[in-house]
Design a protein around this ligand. Structure first.
Ligand code: ATP
Ligand code: F1X
Length: 316
């Protein structure tokens, strides 16, 4: 019996999405509407997984003062809430969704300043709910107050407990996580092209260069490297395969959380022991399905399966 997928969000956010016809920086923009969603990368992953009917446990660090929207989401979707409450209010991130261009501009805040002891309290929790073989997603930036190597400690502890960890972060926390000793490396990562370029220390304009960088990471001990490439799709690299999967978006309402939906889809297939093609199809189907929605939500499983069947696959 495999336990639920666990998601860890150390720096969640309430996403305030403002929808505009055509965003013009430096001038007065009249917006069409504004919507607020509890989010942050791991929360978005949990939300998409729950929509697909997967059992999910969500943890991380949540501001005590404004947790209501998160609690409502968890109750509505049947997500087990194991967030450690910390003093203060979870940040509000602004997302400007430009309908004409089909793209979103993100304005992200730093988040609550937390004490390092909050991370220790979270890591201590793992002993109680992380059984061997558990699939875990750790995703997003670090809140102020936590050192850049926080994910190294977290992944190391989870690895010792026998968990399979996918890490999706960026900048210094990602560099630190990838420089860790082999036993503290995540089993999987999901950088986007820019994040992979930061790690490689050079631009990666061609697919061949993205593939080479992903392969290098896989050789160093990260079993699965999934690079999200926006409208080009996603590249799935493991020891046996390199598959580029893509599907044209139908109607893009918001790109916020498309990467998180991709992670949710591939984790769901990975946990089920699916083959590499199924993992790639489900990941991209989740991402494209989410593009048509404002928050981190999916259509029903039949629609996701219909999209998965349409995903184009190319072996490199
Ligand atoms: N315009 C698009 N057309 C088709 N598919 C798209 C498009 N944008 C995103 N996708 C799909 O969504 C996935 C994730 O998008 P993207 O590469 O933008 O991730 P990301 O940069 O990690 O996003 P975020 O961190 O904002 O969630 C892609 O791998 C792709 O499958
Ligand atoms: O500051 P981070 O953690 O890198 O990113 C936070 C964030 O942009 O990521 C999600 C989309 O992926 C949003 O819900 C949230 O606002």
């Amino acid at each position: 019996m495999i336990g639920p997928i666990t998601t860890i969000t150390l720096n969640p956010a309430i996403d305030q999405t403002v929808t505009l016809e055509n965003l013009t920086p430096g001038s007065v923009n009249v917006a069409r509407a504004a919507h607020s969603h509890p989010g942050g990368k791991g929360v978005n992953v949990a939300s998409c997984l729950a929509d697909f009917g997967e059992p999910v446990l969500a943890t991380g660090l949540l501001g005590r003062n404004n947790s209501e929207a998160f609690v409502e989401l968890f109750e509505a979707k049947g997500i087990t809430d194991r967030f450690v409450r910390v003093p203060g209010s979870t940040r509000v991130n602004i997302k400007l969704a430009d309908l004409a261009r089909g793209e979103t501009t993100d304005v992200n805040l730093p988040g609550i300043r937390v004490a390092e002891s909050a991370l220790d309290a979270l890591i201590d929790q793992f002993d109680y709910f992380t059984d061997a073989g558990r699939y875990v997603v750790a995703a997003g930036s670090l809140p102020e107050g936590l050192p850049a190597d926080s994910y190294v400690h977290l992944v190391s502890r989870l690895n010792k407990l026998g968990a399979r960890v996918l890490l999706d972060t960026s900048g210094a926390p990602l560099s630190a996580a990838l420089a860790a000793p082999r036993e503290a490396l995540p089993a999987a990562i999901k950088p986007n092209r820019h994040e992979l370029e930061q790690w490689a220390g050079q631009s990666l304009p061609t697919l061949a260069e993205v593939h080479a960088a992903a392969r290098e990471l896989q050789r160093r001990g990260v079993e699965r490297v999934v690079v999200s490439l926006g409208e080009e799709g996603a590249l799935f690299v493991d020891a046996d395969d390199a598959i580029l999967a893509s599907l044209p978006a139908i109607d893009t309402v918001s790109t916020v959380g498309a990467g998180d939906a991709l992670v949710a889809g591939l984790m769901s297939a990975w946990r089920a022991g699916a083959d590499a093609e199924t993992v790639a199809r489900r990941g991209v189907a989740f991402a494209v399905a989410k593009l048509g929605r404002l928050g981190p939500h999916l259509p029903d499983a039949a629609e996701v399966a219909r999209l998965a069947a349409q995903v184009n696959l190319a072996r490199l």
